[in-house]
Design a protein around this ligand. Structure first.
Ligand code: ADP
Length: 293
């Protein structure tokens, strides 16, 4: 199957709110796709449509060659929604057993717990877990049935750095074995660390769907940093900022700027040029969202 999940021209309204506006995206086998966008962009709505929790107002959603409304089709996926409520009185091991029993080829309990940094907690009641442990358990459960495709809605929101890294390792291990993942995130660092492909959504529209690198290049902003006692007039500078003896310049055209700098003949040293971070790219892209189109 060349596509595991697909939306075609999907629009979703909640009353008068247009949450998704003619969105078409495809998730292919083996991809780890980051869905990035500000609050209210439509990320959760898109996940909920893929996993059959919502239906589109118009357009079609395909999942594993069938419909997300079909429970048999949904058996092939794993999901962790943004909010999860696990029964506080149950033990970690009991919850894992309960979930894995629904699947013919579930992952062994010990392996699942180990992958998500939960080893040794099997007999602990959920109510006695830390916030980070609860979230890791909720995410681990999405992988329990060896799904072909996993949807994670903000898997690491509210976690500290260490808990987040443990979760990333669990997600990566699944992906390294050929698993496919669509995750939403506010953490640009997370998308950058995990995903090869990033779909940027804003105002219910797909603003970009490309590699992390291409999304950065699309925005095309570079940061040039240098030490110069006197800085000449330079072309295409979007912003300039001094930090100690260094000056940081932001430009769409670093080549032209550097040529002008050298041609000018003014002394400088320590030249550094780097592409913008995904965060900067993201802010530029979402700032360009048409308010109403
Ligand atoms: P994100 O996950 O990117 O924050 P959502 O998909 O949750 O975005 O929301 C997209 C838009 O749809 C927002 O304007 C949100 O307020 C609205 N929305 C989401 N769910 C509902 C709902 N159940 N009822 C009404 N409006 C909703």
């Amino acid at each position: 199957m060349s596509v595991l999940a697909r939306t075609t021209d999907v629009t979703r309204r909640y009353g008068g709110v247009l949450a998704l506006d003619r969105v078409s995206i495809e998730i292919r086998p083996g991809e780890l796709v980051g869905l990035l966008g500000p609050n209210g962009a439509g990320k959760s709505t898109l996940i909920n449509l893929f996993v059959g929790l919502r239906r589109p107002t118009s357009g079609t959603v395909e999942l594993l060659g069938g419909s997300p409304a079909d429970p048999l089709v949904r058996r092939g996926i794993g999901v962790t929604p943004q909010e999860t409520g696990l029964p506080e009185a149950l033990r970690v091991g009991e919850i894992v057993d309960f979930v894995t029993r629904h699947y013919p080829e579930a992952l062994a309990k010990g392996e699942l717990l180990e992958r998500f940094g939960l080893t040794g907690l099997e007999r602990r009641q959920v109510g006695g877990l830390s916030g980070g442990q609860k979230r890791r358990l909720a995410v681990a459960l999405a992988f329990a049935g060896r799904p072909r495709l996993v949807f994670l809605d903000e898997p690491t929101t509210g976690l500290d750095v260490e808990a987040r890294r443990t979760l990333w390792e669990g997600i990566r291990a699944f992906h390294d074995e050929g698993g496919t993942v669509l995750l939403t995130s506010h953490y640009l660092e997370e998308v950058e660390a995990l995903a090869q492909r990033v779909v940027v959504v804003g105002g219910g529209r797909v603003l970009a769907d490309d590699t992390v690198r291409a999304v950065r290049e699309m925005v095309g902003v570079h940061r040039i940093s240098l030490v110069a006692p006197v800085l000449p007039e330079l072309p295409g500078v979007l912003s300039a900022e001094r930090e100690g003896e260094r000056t940081h310049l932001v430009t769409h055209d670093p080549d032209r700027l550097v040529v002008a700098l050298v041609t000018n003949g003014a002394p400088f040293s320590g030249l550094e040029i780097r592409p913008t971070s995904l965060e900067e790219a993201f802010l530029t892209l979402t700032a360009q969202t048409p308010a109403a189109a």
